[in-house]
Write a protein of this length. Structure first.
Length: 320
């Protein structure tokens, strides 16, 4: 009798849990229906292509397909690690990514702090709108804009510098290797700073206003309030966004390097994204390009776990 009763308790618990689950599903059925298209999109475009990673370990032949191509193991990874371009690729990718993270984060936080202190609603909204509009402009348009502004023949920047007597002859900015990183990072920050600042402004809006009132009573000015109240309160948001940024540190961006780079600056413009494109589509080395992309993914995941672990050890918020 006791065995029968003890056996029925887990069954009853499981039945109650299933009942709660179905009640939650019924309550949120509308939201679940809206999410179905996005789930299908993720399956088709994010998870289904994972099958293609097999090509990294094959000598892929489009005529034979994935199942008919010969297996070569880690041959393509060995070829990549022995490539003379490896050092330049990693250097350029890491340099551009780190500079984007550092200056992008600093710029977005500073812009958010300044906008948070603005009292005029109209001026604040105008600056916000102007600052995040570049985020919606295609990088093709942005690249053409800056190529025109910095053109050595009739570019506005060269004309101004020559009229001011700063230079004697025009400078072909995008043909100077030592300027390429600066130009790309500057354009990236200009394009993304307003959009990134929105997240920090939203975090600042959640700060308790009583903290500012108490600081005002104690005689604290705006700078002290920003340093001792606003920044500590939004630190968890900054940490989480930094963790996410570090996980993509090997993704320096295909668009800027491809659109603004040229053979004269290839030593500094070639990143992993453009290298994969050139090898995969340009040279039809599909398996090799897949292997390089898989290498980047593995390194990104490792970095994500490392940075998340460090944040956890330091007592900061983490995402895993």
């Amino acid at each position: 009798m006791n065995d029968a009763q003890s056996g029925s308790v887990p069954d009853l618990t499981a039945a109650l849990q299933r009942g709660r689950l179905w009640r939650k599903i019924r309550k949120q059925k509308i939201l679940l229906c809206f999410s179905i298209p996005f789930v299908i999109w993720a399956i088709v475009f994010c998870y289904a292509p994972i099958w293609g990673w097999i090509m990294a370990f094959q000598d892929y032949n489009p005529g034979k397909g994935i199942m008919g191509s010969a297996w070569v193991g880690f041959k393509h990874f060995q070829t990549f690690f022995q490539d003379e371009m490896l050092f330049a690729l990693l250097r350029n990718t890491l340099a551009i990514s780190v500079l984007n993270i550092v200056f992008g984060t600093l710029g977005a936080v500073i812009l958010a702090l300044l906008l948070n202190e603005v009292k005029g609603v109209f001026f604040k909204r105008t600056v916000q709108t102007v600052s995040y509009l570049p985020h919606f402009i295609s990088y093709v348009v942005v690249a053409n804009l800056f190529l025109t502004l910095l053109s050595p023949s009739d570019g506005l920047v060269n004309r101004m510098l020559m009229k001011l007597g700063i230079i004697d002859e025009p400078i072909f900015f995008f043909a100077e290797p030592h300027l390429f990183w600066i130009l790309v990072v500057g354009i990236n920050v200009w394009k993304s700073i307003g959009w990134d600042a929105i997240i920090y402004i939203a975090a600042m809006s959640a700060v308790d206003t009583e903290l500012y009132d108490a600081a005002s009573v104690d005689g604290a000015g705006r700078l002290r309030k920003m340093w001792h109240i606003t920044l500590p309160c939004i630190r968890p948001t900054i940490v989480v966004l930094l963790i996410l940024s570090v996980s993509g540190i090997l993704n320096a961006g295909f668009d800027p390097s491809y659109l603004l780079g040229n053979p004269m600056v290839r030593e500094y413009s070639e990143v992993i994204d453009t290298y994969v494109y050139r090898m995969g589509l340009g040279n039809a080395m599909y398996s090799f390009a897949t292997a390089v992309g898989l290498f980047r993914l593995v390194v990104s995941l490792v970095l994500l776990f490392i940075v998340n672990h460090i944040a956890k050890r330091l007592g900061e918020d983490n995402i895993l």
